[in-house]
Ligand binder design. Structure first.
Ligand code: C5P
Length: 284
């Protein structure tokens, strides 16, 4: 039996880091939304106990791969492993702040669960995913959610962000741990840090479907450290805004940037302009 799962990328509409835990992870308040840009995972159940992965040669397929780690976590939870052949087609830019690896891990959990007769609920799968990566629980559930803790405490939001989203990326990827280290350096390990912003205004504006009212409330704490290190971030933001984006901001720990447009034609024009400037760009 073969199942196909789409691994959807995410963007962060709001991302504040509020503290650092003794284990080195950071407490966050973030609003995340899945977008249509996706990887595709095809999983075939087979005889013998082997777990194999073909990722088209674009990333390692050893125990560091989040698909393999998710499969191990799934079978550790069931105690009843079975053999699987997995094929991953990557489209989501890697090390870009769009949760591509976490989305792949989440798709693995969903695929194995389907092959296993839907043994677990989505909430149970999300809990298994928490051990694989901080963004995996969100990627299991998808949609638009307010996430706290290290990302695993989730509140679903009723309304998606109104508008047409364009995502673009250029230059070298950003390592998430390094981006957090840079924030630690600037904010002195977040000792005594009190977050000046909260996402409630953004959530209220989204509830009303009012993109203009939402614009001043988009926020990403990583932008101030990554923008200086990756000139493409500022350049992509300028192009998005010149094409009529209501807002243009980095996603996650970067360096991907998204723009939100009220007009689809403007969004399409931005994709064309970004591509002609040498960036990878997607209508998401
Ligand atoms: O959980 P995940 O493996 O995706 O996280 C990668 C790295 O990013 C962690 O090892 C940690 O250094 C950092 N991180 C963090 N706080 C979070 C999420 C990730 O410090 N909430």
């Amino acid at each position: 039996m073969t199942v196909v799962e789409h691994a959807y990328a995410k963007i962060n509409l709001y991302l504040e880091v509020t503290g650092k835990r003794p284990d080195g992870y950071h407490e966050l308040v973030t609003v995340m939304q899945t977008v249509s840009l996706s990887d595709t995972l095809t999983v075939t159940r087979c005889t013998g106990g082997k777990i194999t992965l073909d990722a088209g040669g674009v990333l390692p397929v050893d125990e560091s791969n989040l698909v393999i780690r998710a499969a191990r976590a799934y079978f550790a939870a069931t105690g009843a492993p079975f053999g699987v052949e997995m094929i991953l087609e990557k489209r989501i830019p890697m090390a870009a702040g769009m949760g591509g690896g976490s989305a792949d891990a989440a798709a693995t959990l969903r695929a194995l669960n389907r092959l296993d007769g839907d043994r677990f609920s989505a909430e149970e799968l999300a809990a298994i995913g928490a051990a694989v990566g901080a963004d995996v629980p969100f990627c299991v559930m998808g949609g638009t959610r307010l996430c706290r803790g290290i990302g695993e405490i989730m509140t679903p939001l009723d309304n998606r962000l109104e508008g047409h989203v364009v995502i673009a990326v250029g230059g070298e990827g950003v390592s998430t741990p390094k981006a957090f280290c840079e924030l630690d350096r600037i904010f002195h390990n977040f000792e005594g840090f009190s977050a000046p912003l909260a996402p409630q205004n953004l959530i209220d504006a989204m509830k009303k479907g009012d993109l203009d009212a939402a614009v001043p409330h988009f926020f990403n704490r990583f932008e101030q450290v990554i923008e200086g290190m990756r000139p493409a971030v500022g350049e992509i933001k300028r192009i998005l805004c010149s094409c009529g984006a209501a807002v243009a901001m980095m996603s996650g720990s970067g360096p991907s940037v998204f723009g939100v447009f009220s007009e689809k034609e403007d969004a399409k024009r931005a994709v064309a302009e970004l591509k002609s400037s040498g960036y990878r760009a997607f209508l998401a």
